[in-house]
Structure formats: C-alpha cells, structure tokens
Design a protein around this ligand. Structure first.
Ligand code: SF4
Ligand code: SF4
Length: 589
C-alpha cells in the first residue's frame, strides 16, 4: 500500500504498543503528532497522547511512563532537543526500563523554521543511539526496532527525521506484531531508587560507555543494508541523503546506515571488503559529519593497531560537501559523478527562503505590533507569531532569539543600559520557558515591562493547546495574572486588556506602563487567534475582487486582506478582511 513517510511513522507508533506520547508543537513534528493524538481518542488505541508545555516536560512525562514499565515516545521539533538536554543526559545515566524513543525532527534547509541544526549530535553527547529512517518502510519499522534496542540496552533512542521526508511516498507492505506488554507499575530498579549521585556516577558512566561499545557490536541488526550495484562508486549514507544518492547513483555500491550512532563496526568492515578495490569512498550526510568522524576514527585506529588490515582508503566527506542546508542531486552529480551540470555545494550557501508571511486578517497581535511602532518603543521578541514584528511593515521587534529568550534578554539590556526596552512574548512561549526569565527578574526587581500576547494557543504551529491559556479556558488571562501576583508582581503592575483589536487603548496602556519605573510590570493582551497560520497562503491565493477603497495616507497594517495602491489609495479585500477596523484607525494617523 502506498503511503507517506509521516503516516508510516504514525502507524508504526500505533502498532508498537506505546502507552504514552508527548511533545511540544513546531515544524516538522506537528502534523505527525496531531495524527497520533487524533488516533488516541479511538477506543481501540491505548495511548495517552498530549501536547506539553515544553520539551523538557514532555520528556519528564515520558520518563514517568518508562519507569512504570510502559513504552513512550517524545516528539521534538527543530532545535527542541536543546530544551530537554539537561533531563536527557541524566536519563542516559539512569537508563530506561520500558522502551523510549525520542523522535527528533530537524528542518534541514529551513522550510518552516528560523535556522537549522543537526540533532544527531545529541547521540554522542549523551552516549545514546541514533537511528535514521530513509524510506517509508524504515519509518514504520524503526519505531519498533528502536524500542527493542532501547529495551535491550536500557537506553533512550533518538529516531531522527528531517522535514523534507514527511511527504515522501513509498510502499508499506509489512506490519510488525505487537511484542510488548506494558506493566504499568512504578518499580525502583533492583530495590534502589533512580538517582545519580556523585558516589554512583563513575560506575554509571562506565556503564554508558560499555553500553555504546556493546551496540557497536550488535549482531544481525535491522538497521543497516548494503545495496551493491555494479558501478565503481562507493558511498556511505543514511536517512534523506540515502534517497538522493539512490536516485542519482542507483548502481553505486551503497552502505545504507540506519543506526548512525554508534556505527556497527562489523558492518563497516564488511562494506569495506565489498569496495576493497575502490580508491575512494564517499560519505554523504547533510549538515554535520557524524558518520564521517566515526569512520575516520575507525580507519585511523585500524591502521595503527593492525598493520595487516586493509589499506587505508581515501574517505571523502565534508571536505567536498557543505555543512549548510540540504544536499541537492545536482551537487551529488557534480562532486561524485564529476558531471559539470551540477551546482557547487558553496552555491547553496546563503540561499534564502523567501517565505511570504504576514499576520492573519484581524489577528489580535496586530494592535500590539502597531502600538510599539507608533510609540517608537524597542521590543525584544520571542518565537511565535509576534516574531513577524521583526518584518515589514512593523519592524517593531528588534531582536528575536528563541523560545523564552525575550524576557531575560530585555532584562539584561535594561539592567546595564539607559535604553529601556520591553519584552514581547506569546502565552505559549511564556509557559514554555519565558516564565522562568520573569521569575528571575521579579527576584532582582528589574524595571521591565513584559507584554504577554495571550492568543490562547500555539498560533504559529496551528493552534495546539499547550497550557492554561487555552481556547476552552475562558479566564486564562486572569489565571496568568494570579500566577504572576503569587510570584511577586505587584497587583497594580499587572494589567489585562481583553479588547485586543482596540489599537488606541493598547497603545495608551503600553505607553503608560512603559514610562512607569516600578520593577516588573506585565501587560496581558488577550485575543482569540483568528486563523490557523497554515490557511494563510490559501487566503492569499483565494483573494477575490470584492474590495473596499480607503483614501488618505495610512500605515500598512501587515495584513493579507490589505493592498496599497499608492500613497493615498488602499484596497481592503472585503471577503477576507476580518473587519477589525484597524485600517480605519490607521488612516491619516
Ligand atoms: S495564527 Fe493567530 S496569532 Fe498567528 S497571525 Fe494568525 S491570528 Fe495572529
Ligand atoms: S481592517 Fe485592515 S487589518 Fe483589519 S482585517 Fe481588514 S484589512 Fe486586515
């Protein structure tokens, strides 16, 4: 049956007797996890699947399931492993009870994120295995195979995928038997508690090292394959790179790695024996050189330890390939096939993704971004829809680093400079990690205005419900206010505005609170998200001819339903205009 890579992963999860699935939304995992959540409501599916407040909490929930003898899976977006790293290294020390998979999805080439990183490197950092499915069948099978490795070696396993693999189509003709019976009882290991104290750490670290060495010697593994064509090109690759290599060089001698860390040495030896008469072997991997460094280390040690071993081959990896972005088929043709119609790897560096992004019509964030612009206040922003404030026509957010960074960065600026800035953060990022920054500044009595944009969901990623600021939580802003007051923000320093489209009121309140010199001040602006961001391109395409003309000078509201004709003439596409009336307020301002 033909299916997508994404659906194969979902079916793999449902077939693997997993009891708990957790995650935090963001590209490229949102759509996969939404399907798992949808299926979790079916009576036949015994899986607890929920979005969490951040990745670290998601991992914590999964550890609870794992130590209770139930299989778990954690979904992690681009850069998401960073947030859980503290807990992950400690889990690696502790070891697992039931199987645990961390599905880490990288956005290599930056299709819908801000930038890229290679989460495979968390494997060696934490001494945990990393598996990388390439095909639709792999996507399905690696879920179960990964859990088996997790259980056999008492380790969490990273299953790494890339955003560009999700819609890949392939045949899925296998179904694996459910082979795990959950225990559902929390049981301390061998009568001892789960704890990593300094008195145990050495012994535990030696166990981690030994664990990785044992996996290097795994026999009859389900991950690695040789595709031995009759052409004199030898290539070692994995994941998405494998699909490209196979397309460009279908007759090459290919070592397709499924377990990319640690590399199984016997398989590597065997592949080298198949390509013994070749002078070069290519290692094709996108971004970092995880495979290359393991292979060069292996060859180096082999040469010096055993003078009778096979001759040292020329292994070509990142010397020829860029560490930035995806590898194109043209690059492969040029670099390996020596065919000149390809582009050089350098030529892809600096290519920018020109994404057409604007706030939705009647978006409740628009009045905040316009107010900051009109007041000429510098804002330090955060991940999410308000990050669009960095772009034209707003340009009212002047720095945006990552989830939860706005408050500590703004506080750092306010502590050492005369330039007073404000922090702007959405409810989702606030609960993800921003709240910690605010708690810190309350303790230091830092003079800082924080604007929390409470749109009651994770708007940028499609409206997931991840915290108390949820769609069905009517009094979410009042609850945030209660939390802040309990944490020490003075009652008179927390204000809530629920008329999120009222530009005049919001501008006036920001101006007032900005000028006050009273420590931590928080303005919560609440407004229901109007559209799912994924519909925006659709809206842009469908815009019809029904228009309302506006005469006079006005600021661009940064809206899909708006079009500037000339300095004094503006069009509102009435079918899509959310009638938030902000355009009327902006005329002749
Ligand atoms: S998804 Fe919600 S918050 Fe984001 S731009 Fe659209 S309406 Fe605004
Ligand atoms: S009034 Fe202006 S900003 Fe509001 S939805 Fe219509 S076009 Fe967009």
């Amino acid at each position: 049956m033909a299916t997508t890579f994404e659906d194969a992963l979902v079916v793999g999860i449902l077939d693997a007797n997993i009891s708990m699935a957790t995650g935090y939304p963001g590209f490229p995992i949102t759509s996969i996890f939404e399907k798992v959540i949808e299926r979790s409501f079916q009576a036949s599916t015994k899986i607890v699947a929920t979005w969490c407040i951040n990745e670290s909490v998601a991992l914590g929930n999964a550890i609870g399931a794992c130590l209770s003898g139930a299989r778990s899976v954690v979904f992690v977006k681009n850069h998401g492993l960073n947030t859980m790293q503290d807990m992950l290294i400690n889990l690696s020390y502790l070891g697992t009870r039931a199987g645990m998979l961390i599905i880490s999805a990288d956005d290599i080439g930056v299709k819908a994120s801000h930038n890229e990183s290679d989460s495979r490197l968390y494997g060696p950092l934490n001494m945990i295995p990393v598996i990388e499915p390439a095909t639709v069948k792999d996507a399905y099978q690696y879920v179960s195979y990964g859990l088996e490795v997790s259980e056999d070696y008492k380790t969490p396993v990273i299953l790494r995928i890339c955003g560009s693999q999700l819609q890949q189509i392939g045949e899925l003709n296998v179904r694996l038997q459910k082979s795990y019976t959950p225990m559902y009882n929390f049981k301390p290991k061998d009568g001892k508690c789960y704890y990593i104290g300094p008195d145990y750490y050495r012994q535990m670290k030696f166990s981690m090292i030994e664990r990785i060495e044992k996996i290097k010697s795994l026999k009859n593994n389900n991950f690695n394959n040789f595709i031995l064509g009759n052409c004199d090109i030898g290539i070692i690759c994995s994941g998405n790179s494998y699909n490209k290599v196979l397309k460009v060089f279908p007759n090459a001698k290919i070592f397709k790695l499924g377990l990319v860390y640690p590399i199984i040495l016997e398989d590597l030896e065997q592949f080298f024996s198949h390509v013994n008469d070749l002078k070069k072997v290519w290692i094709i991997e996108e971004t970092e050189n995880l495979i290359e460094y393991q292979i060069t280390e292996f060859l180096y040690k082999k040469t010096f330890k055993n003078s009778n071993s096979h001759s040292l081959k020329e292994v070509i990896g990142k010397d020829s390939l860029s560490k930035v972005g995806e590898i194109s088929e043209k690059e492969l043709m040029k670099i390996i096939g020596n065919m000149n119609d390809g582009e050089s790897s350098e030529s892809t560096i600096g290519h920018e993704n020109k994404q057409f992004v604007k706030l939705c019509p009647a978006c409740p964030a628009r009045a905040i971004l316009l107010s900051l612009k009109l007041l000429n206040i510098t804002a330090i922003g955060d991940a999410g829809c308000t990050a669009l404030g960095t772009l034209n026509p707003f340009k009212s957010v002047h720095c945006c680093v990552c989830m939860g960074a706005s408050i500590p960065i703004a506080a750092g600026i306010n502590r050492i400079t005369e330039n007073k800035v404000v922090a702007l953060i959405g409810d989702s990022a606030f609960f993800h990690s921003g709240i910690l920054g605010l708690l810190n500044e309350i303790g230091h009595s830092t003079n800082l205005l924080t604007i929390i944009f409470n749109n009651k969901n994770a708007g940028m990623t499609g409206g997931q419900i991840v915290n108390i600021g949820t769609q069905d939580c009517v009094n979410s802003s009042d609850k945030i206010k209660t939390i802040l007051q309990a944490a020490g923000v003075l009652k008179e320093n927390v204000k809530v505005i629920k008329e999120s489209l009222n530009l005049t009121k919001i501008k006036s309140q920001i101006s007032k609170m900005y000028q006050e010199n009273k420590g931590s001040k928080v303005l919560i602006i609440e407004g229901q998200c109007r559209y799912n961001i994924r519909d925006i391109s659709d809206i842009a395409i469908k815009v019809g001819n029904a228009v309302k003309m506006i005469k006079g000078s006005m600021l661009d509201p940064g809206c899909f339903a708006y079009q500037k004709v000339d300095m004094n003439t503006h069009k509102l596409y009435t079918k899509y205009c959310g009638n938030c009336r902000i355009c009327e307020i902006l005329v002749n301002k």
